[in-house]
Design a protein around this ligand. Structure first.
Ligand code: ZN
Length: 183
């Protein structure tokens, strides 16, 4: 099932997220999140983006770098980033919830994350480079943070009018979306 992706302006993107419970519906939810992400040609999707305030996100960054990021389709359940390190580096980011806006974001290149997989096992892993960036972007979502929050106030000002249009649904998008301010 393909969910409508929640657009910027919906309070669920800023809501405090709850721990995921391992129940019979979880596997289907994760499957649907992947389907929704692939349908929108995204490389990551967090539960708040489909209207569910849960500590859960999925990634598959293969499309960003087919050589090095193959086979990194992953689900992160109840994650905590334990550590981030290195010199912050800029990279142009976008977000399925904020269509048509792209901007450089500085993030640290390395991280250590603890999370549960679909079986409920706890894992602690290290990531660096592009995949770390995808994880940081999605992790931000479950903390109620959006990539535009990392921009300077000058840059944010440049996007202000466009963001107001997104809230109202006045933006082109090639996948199904839900707009909080659409009448
Ligand atoms: Zn995003």
């Amino acid at each position: 099932m393909i969910y409508a992706i929640v657009a910027y302006g919906d309070p669920v993107l800023r809501q405090k997220t709850a721990e995921v419970e391992f129940n019979a519906e979880l596997e289907k939810l994760v499957e649907d999140m992947f389907e929704t992400m692939y349908n929108a040609k995204g490389v990551g999707l967090a539960a708040p983006q489909i209207g569910k305030a849960l500590r859960l996100f999925v990634i598959d960054p293969e499309a960003m770098d087919e050589e090095n990021l193959k086979g990194q389709k992953k689900v992160f359940i109840n994650p905590t980033i334990l550590n981030q390190e290195g010199e912050p580096w800029p990279y142009e980011e976008g977000c399925l919830s904020i269509p048509d806006i792209h901007a450089d974001v500085n993030r640290m290149p390395k991280l250590t994350i603890k999370y549960q997989n679909l079986k409920g096992d706890w894992l602690t892993e290290e990531y660096d480079g592009l995949i770390a960036r995808v994880i940081q972007h999605e992790y931000d979502h479950i903390e109620g943070i959006l990539f535009i929050d990392h921009l300077t106030s000058f840059k944010k000002q440049l996007f202000k009018a466009k963001l107001q249009q997104i809230v109202k649904g006045n933006v082109e998008h090639k996948y199904r979306m839900r707009f909080a301010g659409k009448k």
